[in-house]
Design a protein around this ligand. Sequence first.
Ligand SMILES: Nc1ncnc2c1ncn2[C@@H]1O[C@H](COP(=O)(O)O)[C@@H](OP(=O)(O)O)[C@H]1O
Ligand SMILES: [Mg+2]
Ligand SMILES: [Mg+2]
Ligand SMILES: [Mg+2]
Length: 354
Amino acid sequence: MHVACNAAEASNDFPELMAHATRAVRLASTLCKRTQFELRNNEKVAKLDDSPVTVADFAAQAVVSLVLERAAPSVGLVAEESASDMRSDGGAVLRRRVTEKVNETLAEEFERTFSEDEVMDAIDRGQTEGGASGSFWILDPIDGTKGFINGRQYAIALALMEGGEVTGGVLGCPNMPGEKIPRGATEIPTASPGCLFVAYKGRGALACALDSSNPFVDGVKISTQKTSHSSEATYMESWGDSIVADHSFTNSLSAAMGVTAPPVRIDSMAKYGALARGDTNMYLRFPPANYREKVWDHAAGAIVVQEAGGVISDGTGKPLDFSKGRFLDIDIGIVATSSAELHATLLETIAKVR
Ligand SMILES: Nc1ncnc2c1ncn2[C@@H]1O[C@H](COP(=O)(O)O)[C@@H](OP(=O)(O)O)[C@H]1O
Ligand SMILES: [Mg+2]
Ligand SMILES: [Mg+2]
Ligand SMILES: [Mg+2]
C-alpha cells in the first residue's frame, strides 16, 4: 500500500487533508498552464476533437484524483468529467494524450507511470453521487473552460465535504493577478504565476502566489471588503457571452441598489477568490430558470468566501445545500456578498425587481 509522501505539513491549524488538497491543485495547475501555452502556440490543435482543452480537463481531473486517492484513500470524489467517451475505439488518440499529460505531471510525485486504464479509472472515480454522509472531495478540474481556451481566467476548484457540509476549499487560479482589481475596471488581465486560495471551516481563508511550495506558511489571511452603503458596492459576473448569467437582470438589479460602478466580468470561480480578498463586494449569477447548477461550480468558492467573512445563498436567501448529489437546487440564482448587511439589501432588492 502507498503511504502519503512529501506532503507539505499544514499549519495555521489547517488539517493535513488540506495540504494534500493544495498540492493536488498545484500539480493540476501546472498541467493546465503547460497545456494552455500549447493552445496559444498551435492554432490547429484547438480545432480537433481531442483539443487540448479536453485533454487538460481530463488530465487535471486524473492528476487530482490520483494524488488524493493515495493520500487519503477513504475520502471519495465527485468530479465533473467522465472518461466514458474516451474508453471507446474512437477515443484512443485522446486517451493516449491524456495519459501522457498525467504521467508528465506526476513524474516527480510518483515513482511510476500510469497505464491508460489506470488514468481512465482515476477520472471515473469522480462519477459518484455525493450526498450527505461521509467525506468526499468535489472537483472542477477546469472551471471556466471558455476562459482557459481564450487565455483569460480559469480555476482548478477542489472542495472537501464532511458530513453533508463543505468544510474545505482550494481555488487554483493560474492567470489571476496578485494585485486587487482597481475600481472602475470591467475585466482583469492575465498574470503569472497566478493565485491560490485555501479555506477551512473555522480557520479562515488564506491567499498566496500559486507557485508557493507551502501556502500555509506563505499564505496571508484574507477578508472581504465591507461597504458603508450599498450604492458604493462593486460587483462581478460571468464573462460577456455566458448563457449562465443574465446580464440584463444584474444591470437592473444593481441600478435599483444605486450601484454606479460598472460590472467586472470574469470567467470561472476566480470571482469567488476576488470577492474573498476584497477586490469587489458582490458576485451575481442568474442562470435561466431551466438551468441546473452543479456542486463543483460553487463548493470551493463558497467556503473561501464564507471563511473570509462573506455570505453566499441563492437568490431568495436560502443557503446552498451541497449534500443533495451532483446538482444544486436553487431559486432565482446565486449571490455572494462581502457582508451580511449588503446581502440583506441585495435580497430585498431582488424580491422587488424580479
Ligand atoms: N454555455 C455555457 N458557457 C459557459 N459556461 C457554462 C455554459 N453552460 C453552463 N456553464 C457553466 O458555467 C461554468 C462557468 O461559469 P462562469 O460563466 O462563471 O465562468 C461552467 O463551468 P466549466 O467551465 O467548468 O464547464 C459550466 O458549468
Ligand atoms: Mg465549472
Ligand atoms: Mg469544468
Ligand atoms: Mg465543463
